[in-house]
Every structure is written in structure tokens, then in C-alpha cells.
Design a binder for this molecule. Structure first.
Ligand code: FES
Length: 121
């Protein structure tokens, strides 16, 4: 027994599963509803967000699981072309400039990635 604390979030992926510029969708349950979310690898670091644009609430991917711009520099809203910074979720161009995607804190333990959503069941 190493005394390590067991992560409390939902298991959503593994380190090494996604390369830079790749994403993976998952769901979190809150108030009886399944909420879609995305896990991304940006420059070797993982981030997770709700798949919901801060200005209309619609999902970002028009083609399933396509979140990155073609140069893999930004996350994008496929409907409006708005771009978001992958490490912060902040919209820096488009109709939601200054707003941010809702970030899900992640925790990595033993090579496994866990995400948390406040209020999730
Ligand atoms: S829905 Fe907000 S930028 Fe597209």
C-alpha cells in the first residue's frame, strides 16, 4: 500500500492515448443529464472542457470529435469558426470573444486521466 489518494473524478482516458492536437469525447452526468465533454492533448498537456460554446450553448464539433483547427493551434466552433485557446478555453476570435469554455479539472494517477465536473453525479 503506497498510501496514494484514489482520484475522485471519472476515468476519461490514459496518458499516451492522445497525441498533440487530438481529442476524445466523453460524458459527465449532472442533474440526471448527460453532458458532453472533450479531453484534448495540447503540446503534451491534457485539458478537459464541456462541449458547449459559452455564447449559445451549442456543441463545438460539427463533424464528430473535430475540435482542433487544421494547424492544431486552436480549438474551434465549427458553426462560427470561433477559436479558443486550448490551455485556457478562452475564446480569442469570434462571437464569444472574452468568454471561456467550462473547464473540467483533471487529475492524472498511474497514467490514467480523471475529470471532475462540479455537481456531477
Ligand atoms: S456557438 Fe459560440 S462561437 Fe459558435
Amino acid at each position: 500500500m503506497d498510501g496514494a489518494k484514489k482520484p475522485s473524478g471519472k476515468l476519461v482516458g490514459a496518458v499516451g492515448e492522445l497525441e498533440h492536437g487530438k481529442s476524445k469525447k466523453f460524458t459527465m452526468k449532472r442533474a440526471g443529464r448527460d453532458l458532453e465533454a472533450l479531453l484534448v492533448n495540447f503540446d503534451g498537456t491534457h485539458f478537459a472542457y464541456l462541449n458547449r460554446c459559452p455564447h449559445t450553448g451549442i456543441t463545438l464539433d460539427w463533424v464528430n470529435n473535430q475540435f482542433f483547427s487544421s494547424d492544431t493551434r486552436y480549438l474551434m466552433c465549427a458553426t462560427h469558426g470561433a477559436v479558443f485557446e486550448p490551455p485556457t478555453g478562452e475564446c480569442i476570435w469570434g462571437p464569444c470573444v472574452g468568454l471561456s469554455l467550462q473547464r473540467l479539472p483533471i487529475e492524472i494517477a498511474d497514467g490514467q486521466i480523471y475529470a471532475k465536473l462540479p455537481g456531477a453525479e
